[in-house]
Design a protein around this ligand. Sequence first.
Ligand code: NAP
Ligand code: MG
Length: 403
Amino acid sequence: MEKIKMTTPLVEMDGDEMTRVIWKWIKDILILPYVDLNTEYYDLGLEHRNETNDQVTIDSAEATKKYGVAVKCATITPNAARMTEYNLKEMWKSPNGTIRAILDGTVFRTPIIVNGITPYIPTWTKPITIARHAYGDVYKNTELRVEEGSKAELVVTKKDGSEERALIHDFKGTDGIIQGLHNTDKSISSFARACFNFAVDTKQDLWFATKDTISKKYDHRFKDIFAEIYENEYKAKFEELGIEYFYTLIDDAVARVIRSNGGYIWACKNYDGDVMSDMVATAYGSLAMMTSVLVSPDGVYEYEAAHGTVQRHYYKYLKGEKTSTNSVATIFAWSGALRKRGELDKNDALVKYADNLEKATIQTIEEGVMTGDLEALSSIQNKKKVDSEEFLKAINERLAKLM
Ligand code: NAP
Ligand code: MG
């Protein structure tokens, strides 16, 4: 078979630990035999980030803006322990945070569903994609402890120097706490557009919820911005595709999500998304079956797995032991990126390859060949736990037949 050609490069961001090991195996076993891979390679492994003073992370994000599509391996976010382990010059920031800030993107997380692994909510037969607004609110807060007898106020100093004040609370007879939050119309609008675009892209309904009955100015602003952008920019497109934009209160949304069959995008404010994405991921079974894509408002895509570098497995691997690390989310990051590249370049062969890669992966698990994390969850008879490399080879046996 002649290898599939790629006209435009894909931005490849390599990473750390076990996922870095698997990254290479995925390419060698599942991609390079079929695709004449054309990537612009950036090594985001912690050692190289340290050598380049993290410039490589910035460069990789700029390249993503230029070419439109990237695939990223999981990376270490340094903490005190990593400072010594890697002898770092500085505690470099989270690469995902840096990339997200440059691309101004929204993260969409989608579970990969396979037969034989039943979600804890058995009615969830289709995936629920969570879109989390990744700016502001409690994540950029200012908070204070307040002494008894104090009066706390919100003060806004305007351009002309005049002040607007509102009482938060008179602390009589007890100490307390206060917190200041903000968001911006610009960021909320970007978030809304990213969600509407993704709904159009994947032809799924979009749900959005806040607590606007209680938060009549703050949360209400989110509701209004979404409604305005929908009316003016997306309504016609949604109607043409037969998909729906649905707004409700957050508590009503939670109740409806539990009763639903899935198959929609759930846009969440920052905190709701943080909490609900962990709940949804757990309910679908395994973090290793969760894909993630960062979509910028101007249509740039960065694909990755939702899990981290699987450090515990890496230390076993370094000791020469076999691991049974699940590569599915990382495979789907590659297939997602290659499909998007194919769609943008009108490269049908590449799109078909990406579809086949996903099909072969799911088929492998549904035929009972899986990694340890899934074996513990699967209800399939005659299931067999395999190691990381055997799993990839088993996928390739099926992929070869599909190609
Ligand atoms: P993690 O790498 O996601 O792993 C946590 C645990 O979840 C693992 O020990 C493993 O459980 C299980 N697990 C996760 N992915 C798996 C897979 N593919 N196959 C099988 N089991 C899997 O999270 P972490 O240990 O908290 O973080 C490790 C490093 O990753 C940190 O340095 C962190 O900064 C980084 N991180 C990066 C990203 C990213 O780049 N997007 C995201 C999160 C964390 P068992 O050990 O029980 O088998
Ligand atoms: Mg969380």
